[in-house]
Ligand binder design. Sequence first.
Ligand code: WT7
Length: 632
Amino acid sequence: MNLQITSFEDYQEKYQHSVEDPEGFWAEIAQNFYWRKPWKKTLEWNFETAETKWFKGGKMNITENALDRHLATRGDQPAIVFEPNDPSDESTTLTYKVLHERVCTFANVLKKHGVQKGDRICIYMPMIPELAIAVLACARIGAIHSVVFGGFSAQSIADRINDAQCNLVITADGSFRGNKSIPLKSTMDDALIQCPSVKKVIVATRTRVPVSMLKGRDLWWEEEVKTVSSVCPAEEMDAEDILFILYTSGSTGKPKGVVHTCGGYMIYSTYTFANVFQYQEGQTHFCTADIGWITGHSYIVYGPLCYGATTLLFEGVPTYPDAGRFWDIVTKHKVDILYTAPTAIRSLMGFGDEFVEGKDLSSLKVLGSVGEPINEEAWHWYNEKVGHKNCPIVDTWWQTETGGLMISPIANVTPTKPSYATLPLPGVQPLLVDEKGDELVGNGVSGNLCIRFPWPGIIRTTYGDHERCVQTYFSTYKGLYFTGDGCLRDEDGYYRITGRVDDVINVSGHRIGTAEVENAINMHLGVVESAIVGYPHDIKGQGIYAYIIMDKEQEDIDLTRRDILATVTRIIGPIAKPDKIQFVSGLPKTRSGKIMRRILRKVAEGETSNLGDISTLLDPNVVAEIIDGMVK
Ligand code: WT7
């Protein structure tokens, strides 16, 4: 499969072609994949109704592209290299042949328990090969996977399972992360009390902690795979059948189930993988994300495997056993491409250069960054200490909703600039608009980032609630997809993402909805009201600052603080815990009752003057109190 752009001129030509004739452009790329039946129509779209269909009528199965088609040419090459949490445990390699066999076997287990095309399956697992196998086994038989990140609480799992009405769950006894062992099955058991739709639970073993196994419902993975054959023909899918649901937070309400479909997502994740990282045959690609996020879906599992690459799956954390773990993995597995998040870079930077200096990083060719803006200091450290000024850094901007990379340099093709995602990939047509929705033309402008034309990886709907998809992404600016991000286009036409312009906080590259955290806090006994804002955090990018009103004076305010953190952990998960809590007697509200977050944000940032006009506040006195009690 030859999809790669080879020079900047080539990029410019392809980009031009993709704008002038998007359908022709993508149809040509799609020809490189294996289709059982060709598509009838390349593209149908309407941004007013949020309907996009790519390659309609085309019949395929993504696992035939990710597995079967490689068997003849690279069956014995490593597909997945697994690096366990504990470096003294052995790493394992699954060749394409072995992975194919294990996916087919597990797909038969799912079938044996009645799973059919279109059924929703919740996957809640550690970063072990069985997770990738579970994902691919669902895709093999046309079941829709909904992977839930292993750090989410029972309540969050239950919300996701119930929203998608999953009938089967795949989990594990527990997970190893650093020196911790996390009991996944027991969290799942707590969730399932609220989930009547779930009839079967398949449990892989990892930590082998004691787990309760309910007769008639719970099954051991190890036992089940012994009972079925390893031959499983792939289900024939339409390009527009759903491949997966992945929940993500927004500015309002509960997390939305972002829906991606089989054909377009396959083409887009693979095309962007091949190009941006310029993967070469035989290389090892190490994406440090968790498969519980879109980055893992697209750049650990689907993109690399469809391209026939070797993808490294790391179970642990960057700081275990010490802050040199990533570099040890690079040395050990001769990693060529490293794709990680700015928060990880900043955190490792903080441990000191002695963990990276002297490590053999000579195999590295390309470095990637994703999830949040990368500050210049981190960019330079990554470039110098990790890349030895020899590896291009691709700062990749995209979202759960976009399925794949959108604005990003192409390694060794696009000249880079620290903290810039640089230029749109072929097929991506970004524009900046002002508050009124008027397009900002020319260079040297800042505004809200929108996209004016569909690409194959675009979100198809929000599961079970299409209107929400229309409202969230296609209504703010008529006829455009709105990203929720602010962006600068500089004099060279280069794009720099400046961060969310809505009520979404980006904590360590994870999206946290302010409303969600507020709802969790408000569930705590004695809480009257709360308001959440983000503030700049040295390592996490943004931290969570909570302003909370209690019904009465608290005897032990520190204990109350910790109790509230426990509630947030229980309702959402530890990633949503506020970094700072300030108890207040009132919130700055306008006469119509709207909280003026602008003021709260400023105070959280440590800014106490220049708060702007506060005369429209119902009670301007609360501002002085808030400044007074500011948590540093
Ligand atoms: C939001 C999407 C899909 C990547 C993982 C996060 C922010 C993502 C960058 C970047 C600046 C970035 C945006 C975006 N973001 N990549 N390279 N530079 N900001 O996916 O959870 O869907 O979050 O992450 O704000 O909207 P996500």
